[in-house]
Ligand binder design. Structure first.
Ligand SMILES: Cc1ncc(COP(=O)(O)O)c(C=O)c1O
Length: 333
């Protein structure tokens, strides 16, 4: 698809404006120096600075997920996540902004003194429905929506992570934004590293790769929890759905599949549990560049990127982008 058509089709999609865009694309010269003389050019795409509700990738996704035509007549937003969910935080902020009630189905023990995102969920006025574990979330979401309906309201259920074809459009939009900030240069690949879990961010970037008329972009998703193949499958489905929403042939996703990769090598002992490499990444980015990464998602993505750089996987002419998807409040949990 040519760029003008892609921009026009994105612009034609209904959207609730929430984010401060474009987010900065900032060079990381001191991190580059710290990683050694062979390190290719390094930059960060700072989606931690999308702004609304303390920012992060969910803001971009919710702009399309909560488009005006999709929330017409709604009285409540209902969604789900873990006790430190960034997605729940931004959804609660969006509900407040839109004048809607918000119910969050949160798995795990109820904290006595909520910190980080758990505290923000409450400050933002969300009602919390607690369930014991992840497996109980779907049924509880349906039940909450039914209760709201029975009381005369209308709940809009936002699926986990806003990882839907609509949500993924936020990252097609984001890739066009990056394209404007970083035009192609002859014989230089651009390697993007991004944290991934429910797959919507990766799915959107994948759909963007399929639609943008340039072949130098490659994406590596670093999983926070999900096995590699499952993550890629999830993202593929979302990318196909995003292409359909943009009136494009979903099979275009397959043509760029060789430029999309994922790794689950940084998960370590599990979701949210630090590893030596993720702890090192937190300190390294903070002390070399003043960039704060969170222990659950972005530290593991940075750890994956650092590992691949140290393994010498990229020619010196490549350009590497660390896509910072937010998540700071978890540092204060
Ligand atoms: C800070 C942060 N980074 C990355 C992700 C992963 O994004 P996605 O769920 O779209 O795969 C999430 C949410 O899960 C997140 O909160």
């Amino acid at each position: 698809m040519d760029l003008a058509t892609l921009r026009a089709r994105l612009d034609a999609r209904p959207r609730t404006l929430l984010a401060t865009l474009p987010t900065p694309l900032r060079p990381l010269p001191r991190l580059r120096a710290a990683l050694g003389p062979e390190t290719p050019e390094l930059r960060a795409k700072l989606d931690e600075e999308t702004g609304f509700g303390l920012g992060g990738n969910k803001v971009r996704k919710l702009e399309f997920e909560l488009a005006p035509d999709r929330i017409r007549d709604a009285t409540h937003l209902v969604t789900t996540g873990g006790p430190q969910s960034n997605h729940c935080r931004v959804t609660a902020a969006a509900a407040a902004r839109l004048g809607l009630g918000c119910v969050l189905v949160i798995n795990g023990p109820v904290p006595e003194n909520p910190t980080g995102n758990a505290r923000l969920h409450r400050i933002l006025g969300a009602r919390i429905r607690s369930v014991a574990d992840r497996a109980e979330r779907a049924a509880a979401l349906a039940q909450v929506a039914e209760e709201i309906g029975a009381a005369g309201g209308r709940a809009v259920v936002v699926p986990l992570g806003a990882s839907t074809p609509h949500g993924a459009l936020g990252y097609v939009h984001a890739l066009v934004e990056l394209h404007d900030q970083m035009p192609p240069e002859a014989d230089r690949a651009v390697q993007l590293f991004v944290s991934s879990s429910s797959g919507g961010t990766l799915g959107g970037l994948w759909a963007g790769l399929a639609l943008l008329p340039r072949a130098d972009l490659q994406v590596t998703a670093v999983s926070a929890d999900t096995p590699r193949d499952e993550l890629l499958e999830r993202a593929r489905t979302l990318a196909r759905g995003a292409l359909e929403l943009l009136g494009a042939d979903p099979d275009q996703v397959e043509a760029v599949a060789p430029r999309v990769d994922a790794t689950d090598a940084e998960v370590g002992p599990g979701y949210g549990l630090p590893t030596e490499a993720s702890d090192e990444a937190v300190d390294l980015l903070a002390r070399s560049e003043g960039v704060l990464v969170d222990p659950v998602y972005t530290a593991k993505a940075a750890a994956g990127m650092i590992r691949w750089i140290r393994e010498g996987r990229f020619p010196a002419g490549d350009r590497i982008v660390f896509w910072h998807t937010g998540g700071h409040p978890a540092l204060l949990a």
